[in-house]
Design a protein around this ligand. Sequence first.
Ligand SMILES: [Zn+2]
Length: 282
Amino acid sequence: MNNEFPGPRSVPSDARRSSQATSDTRRPRATGVAGAYIFFAALYFVQSVGDPTSGLIAQPVRSLLRSWGESPAALGALMALLAVPWTIKPIFGLGSPVAADLLARYLPDARDPQIEVFAPGSYPFGFYDPAIGWEQPLEATLTHEYTHLVMDRSFIPLGQVSGWMREGLAEYVAGIRHQDTLREIVRSGRIIPIIDTAAPALQKQDLQHFDTLDADPEQTYALAYALVAYITERHGGVDGFWKFAQAYDQRADLDLALQQAFGITYAQFDTDWRAWLKTTYA
Ligand SMILES: [Zn+2]
């Protein structure tokens, strides 16, 4: 982490790579005290008047994600406010129990998944850029974590979802497009392969081994986003991605899942994705 402020949509991704076993975190840098009280007042109000879980999560996930496609960030944030099993930890001035710049994190649990929200700007350290504020990073973070929760709940018990599918979908729904990073990756020709065919089984450095990948998380999350964006653009929108995720859950094999969902082999998919990357981020 350095002292540079991110642009409006380039919120840093989850800093932890092998986080899924215990929790999932995103760490935007911009936080501020102003507005935190208003946010929590609003949140408590929503909690007190809203019926927190009935109906919303019970909706078919497919139509839920389709509706997100209309206005992903706005709807996602609204859904998050209304439907998430919340734990709110406003620890003003005492310091975060987890990390200095943590806004929220997802705690996966088959029976009791939760999203933990930390009060923005409630810590004496961290950075605040008035041009960015804390609303947008918080909205992106909540949408990202909430997507994890919905995805986990749609595969019970937890499915065979690969790390890039999980994080890529969350970034896609949150509207974090990683444009600068993807341009840099394409320009430098350093595209991390989806499947590393060269290395031995336990040393593979590829997106299929997302959680153990030894690479800059900003780059791995950007590529995960790009894979999901590519699938939605060329293979039937978010419905197409969902069809593929379900096929992968059943087949536990990328090549078989791509054939089942889209009628193409992994080799063809990989070639097409790389070509799309080069035209999209040239
Ligand atoms: Zn995540």
